[in-house]
Design a protein. Sequence first.
Length: 357
Amino acid sequence: MTAIDTDTLDTEARRARRFARINKADAWFNVFGLSWMTPILKAAAGDNPRAQAGEIWRLLGVPLLSIAIFLMLWATLAPKVQTSLGAVPGPVQVWEQVGELRQDAIREGEREAAFYERQTARNAELVASGNEDRVRERAYTGKPTYYDQIWTSIKTVFFGFVIASIVAIPLGIAAGLSVTANAALNPLIQIFKPVSPLAWLPIVTMIVSAVYTTNDGMFSKSFLISAITVTLCSLWPTLINTALGVSAIDKDLVSVSRVLKMNTYTKITKLVLPSALPLIFTGLRLSLGVGWMVLIAAEMLAQNPGLGKFVWDEFQNGSSQSLARIMVAVLTIGIIGFLLDRVMYALQSMFTFSNNR
C-alpha cells in the first residue's frame, strides 16, 4: 500500500511540474501570438481534453476559419472587379507574384556576384600587368530587390523610432514630474501632434537638403528624410503616455523619495521609471505602429527607397502584374507591422518581468 501511495505521489508531482512549465511558457506564447499552444500542450498532458479542445477551437480554429472565409471571398469576388490593369488578382495570382519577386531577387543576386567576379578578375589582370594605379573598387549599383526594399524600410523606421524615443521619454518624464514643464510642453503637443506626415515631408526635405550637403556621409539624404519624418510623427504617443505614467505614480513613493533625500537621477531610475514602465511601453508600441504607417506614406510621396517606393513604382509601371505585386506589398506591410508590435510586446514583457522580480 505504501509503495502504491509513493508511486501515486510521484506521478502527481511530475504532473504538477509539467503543468507548471506549461503555465510558465504560456506567458511567452501570448507574447509571440502562439497562445493556442497552451491548450494543445495541456490536452497532451491529460488536462480535461474536452475543455482544452474548446480552447483550441477558440484560439486556433476560429482565426484559421476566418482567414479561410476571407480567402474564399477574395478569390470569388476579385475576378468580378475589372480595373485599368485587368481583373483584381485573387490569392493564387498574388502568391505567384511572391514567387516571382523571390526569383527576381535570386537573379539580381547572381548579377551582383557576376559583377564582382568580373571586377576582381579585371583588377587581378591590372596588378599582374603592373598597372596597380588603375585598380578600382566599385560598388554594384543594380536595381534593389524586393527584400532590399523591405530591409531599407525596417532600418529606417527603427532609426526614426529610436530617435523619437530618445526625445520623447525624457520630455515625458519632465512633463510628468513638473507642472511647469507640462504647461510648457502641452501647447506644443496639441499643435504638432495632429500634423500629417505629408505636411512634414516637404519641410524636412528642404532642411535636410540644405544642412546635409555631403554625398559620402554615413547616411543618405533619402534615409534621413524618411527617418526624421518618422521621428516627428511618432514621438507623440510615447511622450504623452510617459507623462501620464509618471504623473500617475503613487504619491507615497514621491514622499518616500523626499524623506530618503534621493537625488533626481536615483528618483527617476528607482521610483519613476519602474512605476511608469507599462504606460511607457504602451506609448512605444503606439509610436512604432504610427512610425511604420508614416514611413510608407513618406516613401511613396518622396520616392525614397523602401516598400512605399516599391508600391508607387508598381502603380506607375501599370503592367498586368503590378496590382498583384502591390497586394504582395500590402500584405508584407501588414505582417511586418504585426511583427514589430510583437517585438515591442516581447520587450515590454521582459522588462516588466525583470522589474517585478
